[in-house]
Write a protein that binds this ligand. Structure first.
Ligand SMILES: Cc1cc2nc3c(=O)[nH]c(=O)nc-3n(C[C@H](O)[C@H](O)[C@H](O)COP(=O)(O)OP(=O)(O)OC[C@H]3O[C@@H](n4cnc5c(N)ncnc54)[C@H](O)[C@@H]3O)c2cc1C
Length: 319
């Protein structure tokens, strides 16, 4: 089994950017990628300077081509676990029984969006069922937007989307009772507050047209904002003793992420993280930047180890 300087687990924006930084420093790199980036349902990537509206698959294909140009390798598959050997190297188990060895690991496996349960909602995810104003807010500007409240952060989403459209309806659904000052804010901003639970979506010609309440009333809407739970894909990190921990926003758990220092170094020596697995609010460009920074830090760590080994060899020759 050949040993790479670095095995990168996850070939999204974070993993590929880290891999490119490493191969450009003449490191041998293998990217193991399951090929399911989080934004796959979206038509285009927004807020990525210089690549506005690029299809997500095109951006990653370009990243893979850049990596290949410098000699980096990509293998399709799922890394199921990893362990650190006594000599400090890592063995990464892949599905199908294969395994690969590396001196360092960069884990950039992303997160999974756990959507609120509502019939027909998952099918529309990333199209007219949305979560993020910076990903697709501009695309639904001036449209009839609904906010599906399932927790206290729905109010924050309502204010963000009200910035994009004057026609916003707040469905209290399973969210908490609004404090008086929040109800007043909605009223002042012209956001209609609808009490009662939502039972489903109205769809015509594969487009969202309305939100149906348990009363049978249908409120016409062309976009619905939801708050998924953002759960880190951290199985490999857990196998290395670095589990994800709950992330809090406004006193409410919104998901999980793997703790790391600002360079992406985890508490496990030799293991770095980048992108959504470590930072659930990271956009594509932020994930790419984190991957690049982690790649540079891993290279610096390897440079130090190489120098240490060279000195040991030099001394043993001199002795
Ligand atoms: C619908 C939607 C639209 C979005 N639109 C935008 C937008 O317009 N602009 C923007 O900036 N952000 C957008 N985002 C956010 C964006 O998806 C993330 O910022 C970005 O994907 C994070 O990059 P990443 O590399 O950390 O993870 P990902 O892109 O999710 O890549 C992780 C990769 O690792 C692979 N993987 C996971 N586990 C394993 C494993 N065990 N072994 C091997 N491979 C594994 C996955 O299959 C995947 O290919 C959007 C998100 C959603 C949900």
């Amino acid at each position: 089994m050949s040993e790479y300087d670095v095995v990168v687990i996850g070939g999204g924006a974070a993993g590929l950017s880290g891999a490119v930084a490493l191969v450009r420093s003449r490191r041998t790199v293998l990217v193991v990628d399951a090929g399911q980036p989080r934004n796959a349902p979206a038509d285009g990537v927004h807020n990525y300077l210089g690549r506005e509206n690029a299809p997500p698959a095109e951006l990653l294909a370009d990243g893979r081509a850049e990596l290949a140009r410098y000699g980096g390798e990509v293998v399709s598959g799922v890394a199921t676990a990893a362990r650190r050997e006594d000599d400090g190297t890592f063995r990464v188990a892949l599905d199908g029984g294969r395994s690969v060895a590396a001196r360092r690991l960069l884990v950039a496996t992303g997160l999974v969006d756990e959507l609120p349960e509502l019939p027909g909602l998952a099918e529309r995810w990333g199209r007219d069922v949305l979560h993020c104003p910076y990903c697709h807010g501009w695309e639904v500007r001036d449209q009839a937007i609904g906010i599906l409240a399932t927790g206290p952060n729905a109010m924050h989403q309502a204010l963000l989307f009200r910035q994009l459209s004057a026609d916003v309806v707040f469905f209290r659904h399973t969210g908490p009772e609004l404090p008086e000052e929040q109800a007043e804010q909605l009223a002042a901003l012209g956001v209609r507050l609808v009490d009662g639970e939502v039972s489903g979506l109205e769809v015509t010609d594969d487009r969202l047209t309305g939100v149906r309440l348990t009363t049978g009333e249908v409120v016409p809407r062309s976009a619905l904002v939801v708050a998924p739970r953002f759960t880190a894909l951290a199985a490999v990190l857990e196998s290395l003793g670095v589990p994800a921990v709950d992330q809090d926003m406004g006193g409410h758990v919104v998901g999980s992420a793997v703790p790391a220092d600002p360079s992406g170094a985890t508490s496990a020596p030799g293991v770095w993280v980048a992108g959504n697995v470590a930072d659930l609010s990271a956009q594509v460009v932020v994930s790419a930047a984190a991957g690049m920074r982690a790649g540079a830090m891993i290279n610096a760590d390897l440079v130090a180890e190489d120098a240490r080994r060279a000195v040991e060899a030099h001394r043993s020759v001199a002795a």
